[in-house]
Write a protein that binds this ligand. Structure first.
Ligand SMILES: Nc1ncnc2c1ncn2[C@@H]1O[C@H](COP(=O)(O)OP(=O)(O)OP(=O)(O)O)[C@@H](O)[C@H]1O
Length: 302
């Protein structure tokens, strides 16, 4: 059963669709990455899911929710640019947001202590937030989003503004929190998505381009590439290679011929037979795999 069902969600700003006809489901217990380049519509999607922005059309429904229930009780949200009260200590801030989330003061204090510890900033709990590093602020932001133990945690670009160490810390923390809550986070970096998420939703220009488990997408887009280097006349050989039926696509990059093939064994036989009978000046034959990274770059550069 889906935890969230997003059905034909669209948001139009000034006549332009920031999000266009988006449909997907989130299952409980998963960590899902909303991946896409800048301007793809990730923030707009998360804001609609969290109830902060009204869709132009389409619906978001939550499994097990009462018709008139307030979904915000079940959601924790960390915006891309969180604003903190810098004069407060980390603990004071968490107790304050806990009470805003309808916890009693003793409950808010208990939860604040728990999450200060969980996110690894308990030592700095009485220090003013203004003195925190970027990574510490981001961890405080995650504690803020978790304070009422939501079923779904939504994080907008949680690691983009961090240095490599801060980034590593926050990715590790997300890995730990996965055991406790469903996570949906946005990123424009494929390797961050691959590192912690189970599933991927790939967005471009407001639309969903691909979705599925990282494994299945990797498998689906895994084709083989052959790299050939010739001593001379590379264009002539590219044209001859394009005539071979087992080769699906061919082009020249960095002065080498690159060929995409579905059946590597057949393609190898065909190419080498032709090269040998026609005595091509072939000086390199190399095979590599096309990765999810290439799929992502292809989508982004369209
Ligand atoms: N309030 C708004 N008014 C007008 N246009 C907007 C508004 N919010 C977003 N947009 C436009 O909608 C598109 C999608 O923006 P969105 O912020 O959702 O993308 P994103 O994928 O989160 O990108 P980024 O990583 O840069 O934040 C962009 O073209 C943006 O300029």
């Amino acid at each position: 059963m889906a935890m969230i069902k997003v059905d034909h969600l669209t948001k139009t700003f000034e006549g332009k669709n920031a999000v266009n006809n988006l449909s997907f489901e989130l299952s409980p217990g998963k960590c899902v990455a909303l991946l896409g380049p800048n301007g793809a519509g990730k923030t707009t999607t998360l804001r609609m899911l969290s109830g902060l922005l009204k869709p132009s059309s389409g619906t978001v429904s939550f499994e097990g929710m009462k018709e008139d229930g307030d979904i915000r009780e079940h959601i924790g949200y960390l915006p891309q640019y969180p604003v903190f009260h810098n004069w407060m200590s980390g603990k004071e801030f968490l107790v304050y947001v806990g009470q805003l989330a309808n916890l009693t003061k003793p409950q808010a204090i208990e939860q604040a202590e728990k999450y200060l510890d969980r996110v690894g900033i308990a030592d700095a709990k009485n220090r003013r937030i203004g003195k925190y590093s970027g990574g510490m602020k981001q961890r405080l932001g995650i504690a803020q989003a978790m304070i009422h133990s939501p079923q779904l945690l939504m994080l907008d670009e949680p690691v983009s503004s961090l240095d490599p160490i801060g980034r590593r810390d926050v990715l590790n923390l997300m890995e730990e929190l996965k055991a406790q809550t469903t996570i949906l986070f946005s990123t424009h970096i494929l390797s961050d998505a691959e590192e912690v998420s189970d599933d991927l939703l790939l967005m471009h220009q407001g639309e969903m381009v691909e979705s599925g488990s990282i494994e299945s997408l990797r498998e689906k887009h895994q084709t083989t590439k052959i790299h050939l280097t010739f001593r001379e006349n590379v264009d002539t050989y590219l044209n001859k290679l394009r005539e071979i039926p087992s080769i699906s696509e061919g082009y020249i990059e960095r002065n080498e011929v690159q060929l995409l093939v579905a059946d590597i064994d057949q393609a190898r036989i065909d190419i080498l037979a032709k090269a040998s009978s026609e005595q091509w000046p072939l000086i390199k034959f190399e095979v590599s795999r096309v990765s999810l990274e290439e799929l992502f770059m292809k989508v982004v550069n369209q």
